[in-house]
Design a binder for this molecule. Structure first.
Ligand SMILES: C[S@@+](CC[C@H](N)C(=O)[O-])C[C@H]1O[C@@H](n2cnc3c(N)ncnc32)[C@H](O)[C@@H]1O
Length: 269
């Protein structure tokens, strides 16, 4: 039988800590990420709508980042705890909460894996959106289940490319990538081993990006993923094959599969 936790440790955790470590990477891209995502407020609203939150709920947002989901959640519930390992991401979340006049958010700078959940007590609902940069995913899932009274929602990568566009991952990693299970598959299998049978739904997300020209697209993708020069020729190949010209501009559609994994905690209300 496959040891899913070991596969995660060997194949998934490294991608979270490359680029100088977990907090460092997110500290570096915080402002850029916020700017890129802030144009689309509809997506988080739609996602939060599906959590079936109640006004009396306390929610735990694990790896809350810039507060993309924390803010719309706070508008619907009694209290939200947002935990994140990156101070720069939390700085933006704090500003956004203040801008909206929300007083029911507590932001905590910590790595969820080592965070003592007794500090906050149990949450009615726990949410984690593409934010499980942890070494021991099995213990983390147990920890999330134990800290939650009712519903857990985990969103994670379901494609072979993980957070890379699948076509780019194919060019870079090829055969090797095809044989590694996705984060979503590993989490799903571990939950089943824990006796949890979650709802599992995969959404194919397409993001439109506009660049000044092909060189600009290559530069942006290289910078965003913090690729070293070695990867430049692969990124160029990917951009040339998958971009379309609109006058002088270069348009690209990035594809990514994201799984929504939900379960009702046993004895949950
Ligand atoms: C892709 S961003 C997602 C942010 C937010 N959930 C959203 O939907 O916009 C991932 C976030 O998870 C945080 N993160 C990753 N692993 C973490 C961990 N073990 N403990 C706390 N935060 C973590 C990162 O610092 C980053 O802010």
């Amino acid at each position: 039988m496959a040891n899913w936790n070991e596969i995660w440790k060997n194949e998934k955790y490294p991608m979270w800590i490359e680029n100088g470590g977990l907090a460092r990477y997110w500290d570096m891209i915080a402002a850029q990420r916020f700017q890129r995502l802030s144009g689309n407020k509809d997506a988080p609203e739609r996602e939060v709508e599906e959590f079936n939150l109640r006004q009396t709920d306390t929610v735990l947002d694990i790896g809350c980042g810039t507060g993309r989901l924390t803010i719309p959640i706070a508008k619907r519930v009694k209290y939200v705890y947002g935990i994140d390992v990156s101070k720069e991401m939390l700085k933006i979340a704090k500003e956004q909460g203040e801008k909206e006049g929300l007083k029911n958010i507590k932001l905590i700078n910590a790595n969820f894996e080592t965070f003592d959940v007794n500090r906050i007590g149990k949450a009615d609902v726990s949410v984690s959106y593409n934010s499980l940069g942890v070494y021991d995913i099995k213990n983390t899932l147990i920890k999330i289940n134990n800290v939650t009274k009712r519903d857990v929602f985990i969103f994670t990568f379901a494609g072979k490319g993980e957070w890379l566009d699948e076509r780019l991952a194919e060019i870079i990693y090829g055969e090797r990538q095809r044989n590694v299970p996705s984060s979503a598959e590993i989490i799903h299998n571990l939950l089943k081993e824990m006796g949890i049978n979650p709802d599992f739904e995969v959404n194919h997300n397409i993001y439109k990006r506009e660049y000044n020209n092909i060189d600009d697209a290559v530069k942006n993708i290289m910078e965003f993923y913090r690729f070293t020069e070695v990867f430049k020729k692969y990124v160029e190949k990917f951009v040339k094959k998958n971009s379309v010209r609109d006058g002088k501009r270069c348009i690209m559609y990035h594809h990514r599969d994201i799984a929504k994994i939900h379960w009702r905690v046993e004895n949950g209300r």
